[in-house]
Design a protein around this ligand. Structure first.
Ligand code: AMP
Ligand code: GLY
Length: 414
């Protein structure tokens, strides 16, 4: 089999590593991939990002399966394009990807199908939203409707901050169109969980739970990033929480997908907040999470390619999805200054002394691995307990060095 993976992050490196383990997989192309996939077993990077050119590549090279990592090509219809050419691609069609691409659409979907979520209002007019914000309770949550690279949600403590946020999003248009429509939402409190799942349109099969750490500094302080580390399973996801998640969130979502005819084979990643009143859905992501995938896939006992093929064949109901016991932890090493300005091009040393590294902002140049992004790489380790896994991931990370290396010291410590 030949597989094509679209994307260039740590998530895509983890997917490439996992699918390469299957004996019948002879080649894994990563488009564009990164310095980690450049040197991974069976992998080869191809420098293509345009959807039409990716489809041409898949057709010309007899690719058996394409797996799409990031949300932007999904929203731009990469799976629809591949399907129209008879090519096998795993991920939602553009209409289902809107469950991630538009917060207003996804909240309306949740409301219509009784998916448990925070109360909300949608606004497209500045004066109307400001009038509403004068009389609402604080804190309140303002969300840009469209994709905003993780910066589109602001928890406002008072009217002044809410007004400032509305001006930035709607008038100053800092997200270039994504903030023209706003969702104003009830503030919820509690630990968060990332529950990835796979669907074939007939059933949703949840994965083992995970928890990521979004803020840059220890103690959950500082600005949000793409994710500084993750653990799996999530200690807050008790049997009781998972039962409530299935009943109040997952099953109504499946009903909605069927009734709206959003038929697809892909990942649904539920961003959940576990409140005193049970789990509430914060958002859908219609793709693998990053860095959750780097912690979750090493825990997967089943073959990922077989799982994805079962999803594409609508045979998930008879698939025996198995997980390793124990726990997993991944810790991200970032460039100094990230998520603000940072420099790149520094040599990375010590990877050969580690057990497992997934690369993200890494390029392979002149036979050397160099930094090329904000989140550079993560070490990932399994353990009998979460404590073991955390300790091992940090032990490995001590071997890695590059100019300005920064990482949180408290991943997995809740
Ligand atoms: P979202 O993109 O909707 O997942 O929001 C990003 C982050 O903002 C979440 O991971 C939460 O930490 C926070 N957040 C979103 N919605 C709420 C809410 N209703 N109440 C409190 N925090 C929220
Ligand atoms: N870790 C959150 C995300 O992938 O969006």
């Amino acid at each position: 089999m030949k597989i094509l993976i679209v994307g260039s992050g740590g998530r895509e490196h983890a997917i490439a590593w996992k699918v390469a383990q299957k004996d019948s997989v002879e080649k894994v192309y990563c488009a564009p991939g990164n310095g980690g996939t450049a040197v991974e077993n069976k992998c080869e990077n191809v420098n293509i990002e345009d959807i039409n050119k990716l489809a041409d590549f898949a057709a010309e090279n007899n690719i058996d399966l394409t797996i799409v990592g990031p949300e932007v090509p999904l929203m731009n219809g990469i799976v629809d394009k591949f399907k129209s050419l008879g090519l096998k691609a795993f991920g939602p069609c553009a209409d289902a990807a809107m469950l991630e691409g538009s917060k207003a659409y996804s909240k309306d979907f949740m409301k219509k199908y009784n998916v448990k979520t925070a109360a909300y209002e949608v606004f497209e007019n500045k004066d109307e939203v400001l009038k509403y914000l004068k009389s609402c309770e604080y804190p309140t949550v303002i969300k840009a409707d469209g994709l905003a690279a993780g910066k589109g949600v602001v928890i406002c403590e008072n009217y002044e901050q809410a007004e400032e946020t509305v001006i930035e999003f709607m008038v100053n248009d800092i997200f270039k169109g994504s903030g023209k429509k706003l969702v104003v939402e009830e503030f919820l409190e509690g630990p968060e969980a990332s529950i990835l799942s796979i669907t074939d349109g007939e059933i949703i099969l949840p994965f083992i739970s995970a928890k990521d750490h979004k803020q840059i500094f220890d103690g959950g302080k500082g600005p949000n990033t793409g994710g500084m580390g993750a653990i799996c399973p999530n200690p807050y996801c008790t049997e009781e929480v998972l039962e409530a998640f299935k009943k109040d969130i997952m099953e109504p979502t499946l009903k909605g997908i069927k009734e709206e005819k959003l038929d697809f084979a892909g990942i649904i990643f539920f961003g959940v907040m576990i409140t005193k009143k049970g789990p509430y859905l914060l958002e859908y992501n219609m793709r693998f999470g990053d860095p959750e995938t780097q912690a979750v896939l090493p825990m997967m006992k089943s073959d990922l390619v077989d799982l994805i093929l079962a999803s594409l064949d609508k045979k998930l109901s008879s698939f025996d999805l198995a997980w390793n016991t124990g726990a997993s932890c991944c810790v991200v090493a970032a460039s100094a200054g990230y998520p603000g300005k940072y420099e790149t091009g520094f040599e990375i040393t010590g990877i050969d002394k580690t057990n497992r590294v997934f690369a993200a902002g890494v390029k392979y140049e002149d036979n050397t691995l160099k930094t090329s992004g904000g989140r550079v790489l993560c070490t990932e380790a399994l353990g009998d307990t979460i404590e073991d896994a955390i300790e091992r991931a940090y032990e490995d990370l001590k071997n890695i060095n590059f100019n300005g290396i920064y990482y949180r010291k408290d991943i997995g410590r809740l």
